[in-house]
Design a protein around this ligand. Structure first.
Ligand code: NAP
Length: 262
């Protein structure tokens, strides 16, 4: 299927590896020019070289820095001639027990996983609406629908973003101008983030890493973890011309793990 986004510009945050990289790969394969961001420059440049190799016809630019910092956001916005597609992503907050978290821990989680995407949306959607095309995808988490006890900071901050998006996406001045805003909710995807989660469980429960990984894998109805490539392909479809009638949605990609009927 031709997705109708060739030549457009995307800002893909937190994209040197994992799910963000999967999204950048899929967009580049569709002929989208990208600005990719991450904090560590070496891996980011390696990923940029890989993306240029995937499609030599697109422009791939990099902006190094923590996307939760205003200076990084300004640099990322300035790097794009225009932003047609915005993929909001960043690292998730650490696990733990809420009894141990300080006020600052909460503010940090809300800053990275709620306020940062909102700031980027604020800086981009009105211009998208003027041009009559815009796609915003927020990478959140399956934990928004099925909270995970030890990920309280993530459950809370991402749910705040989800509530805000539910209202914003339905503004006629956005939805009526072909600007869609949707959230993608990953379940278990085989990235470094998942590996470190399983390593933490192995350490705290005195088990072997491989045995923890197997236990979690068997809990997924699909009997496997997702791949960044399939996550990226779905993201690219949500950014397509064809996906223009879908906005304000929370879409689970979790191999069937969420057991609710609706
Ligand atoms: P990952 O493999 O660890 O990759 C994270 C990427 O984000 C890296 O490129 C990292 O590069 C960059 N990054 C992290 N914090 C950043 C920041 N503040 N500013 C700029 N770049 C930043 O993680 P992932 O699995 O792709 O996860 C992506 C998001 O999805 C996370 O929020 C995670 O919590 C969420 N999620 C993942 C899963 C899963 O199964 N993988 C499930 C649910 C939710 P640098 O370190 O160099 O900055």
């Amino acid at each position: 299927m031709e997705l109708g986004i060739e030549g457009r510009w995307a800002l893909v945050c937190a994209a040197s590896k994992g799910l963000g990289k999967g999204c950048a790969e899929a967009l580049v394969m569709e002929g989208v020019n990208v600005v990719i961001n991450a904090r560590s420059s070496q891996l980011l440049e390696e990923t940029a070289a890989h993306l240029r190799h995937l499609n030599p016809n697109v422009t791939v630019l990099t902006v190094v820095g923590d996307i939760s910092q205003e200076t990084t956001r300004q640099a990322a916005l300035a790097a794009c001639p225009q932003i047609d597609i915005l993929i909001n992503n960043a690292g998730g907050p650490p696990p733990g027990d809420f009894r141990d978290w300080s006020r600052q821990d909460w503010l940090d989680a809300v800053d990275v996983n709620m306020v940062t995407p909102i700031e980027l949306i604020k800086a981009t959607v009105d211009a998208m609406a003027e041009r009559g095309f815009g796609r915003v995808i927020n990478i959140t988490s399956a934990a928004v629908k099925a909270p995970i006890d030890i990920l309280g900071l993530s459950n809370g901050a991402r749910s705040g973003l989800t509530g805000f998006i539910a209202g914003l996406a339905r503004q006629p001045q956005l939805a009526g101008r072909n600007v869609t805003i949707n959230n993608l909710l990953p379940g278990s995807f085989d990235t470094d983030r998942l590996k470190s989660t399983h390593q933490n469980v192995a350490k705290s429960s005195n088990q072997e890493y491989e045995s923890v990984r197997e236990t979690f894998r068997k809990k997924v109805p699909s009997q496997r973890f997702g791949t960044a490539e399939e996550f990226g392909a779905f993201c690219a479809f949500l950014c397509s011309a064809q996906a223009s009638y879908m906005t304000g949605q929370n879409i689970l990609l979790d191999g069937g793990s969420y057991a609710g009927t609706y």
